[in-house]
Ligand binder design. Structure first.
Ligand code: CA
Length: 261
């Protein structure tokens, strides 16, 4: 885990990492790879927790797993900086079940005790512009039309505007500027796409490289939550409905003729 970048000015960051236990007892180890110029110093570790993860079942009408981000790593009650999801996570062994961080920078997992969260208790704050990408491969039916919907919000952490999210679904991409109405701290995003394969990549990153207005150096960004991929009426489905209506009309006509005869 590369700790060369500090994401906040407090001098420390919380990280999470997942593993699959293949035995009833496993050994946890932490070491300094010894790459500092000064061998007499190194990173400081504190507060370690292990939490058993589960992968939520996909909802019947939503192809995204854990799209509300409610299942994720342990968060200490006093963790005011959230937990960083490091890079190069595998989708099968991710501390944020279902999701991967594809980029070379981390994104922040935040809780409603310390941040403004669009839905439930947990969400993801995108950091570092296009260097912080969360993604998921979702099952789709080729040539069927889908709608990617999500909530984009402000984390309430004095993040300097503008805030915007770039959303990807298959071959579609669109950026969504966070422009809330009234006192709202969230707004909806929607991207319609036609699936080209049996799995479609859905991904998000922050359009801007934002920092907090209070210290001008802690990284922050827009919050994403409530990600859904829903099938919308496809061309084939509409054709089917029209055929059914025609069939009803034909049947009705035949009965009328019999009665007249
Ligand atoms: Ca949530």
């Amino acid at each position: 885990m590369d700790l060369q970048t500090l994401y906040s000015v407090q001098g420390w960051d919380s990280y999470t990492w997942a593993f699959r236990a293949d035995q009833e007892r496993v050994e946890l180890g932490f070491g300094n790879p010894g790459m500092e110029e000064d061998p007499t110093c190194g990173p400081i570790l504190d507060n370690i927790a292990v939490k058993k993860l589960f992968t939520p079942d996909p909802a019947q009408d939503n192809a995204v797993i854990n799209g509300d981000f409610e299942e994720g790593p342990w968060m200490f009650a006093d963790a005011t900086l959230g937990v960083l999801l490091p890079t190069n996570l595998e989708q099968d062994i991710s501390p944020l079940p279902g999701w991967t961080v594809e980029s070379n920078r981390a994104v922040r997992y935040v809780d409603s005790d310390h941040y403004t969260v669009p839905q439930g208790k947990r969400a993801v704050e995108l950091l570092s512009g296009k260097e912080g990408i969360i993604a998921q491969m979702v099952p789709t039916a080729p040539e069927r039309q889908y709608s990617l919907t999500f909530a984009v919000g402000s984390a309430g952490d004095s993040c300097q505007a503008p805030l915007a999210v770039m959303a990807f679904a298959g071959d579609q991409a669109e950026n969504f500027h966070y422009l809330p109405v009234g006192n709202a701290t969230r707004m909806p995003g929607n991207l319609t796409f036609t699936a080209r394969a049996e799995r479609t990549r859905v991904a998000f990153y922050s359009v801007y490289y934002n920092t907090r207005s209070d210290d001008h150096s802690s990284l922050c960004g827009p919050v994403v939550d409530e990600v859904k991929v829903v099938s919308v009426s496809s061309a084939a489905g509409t054709g089917g409905a029209q055929f059914a209506r025609r069939f009803v009309l034909v049947a009705f006509t035949v009965v009328s003729m019999v009665l007249l005869a």
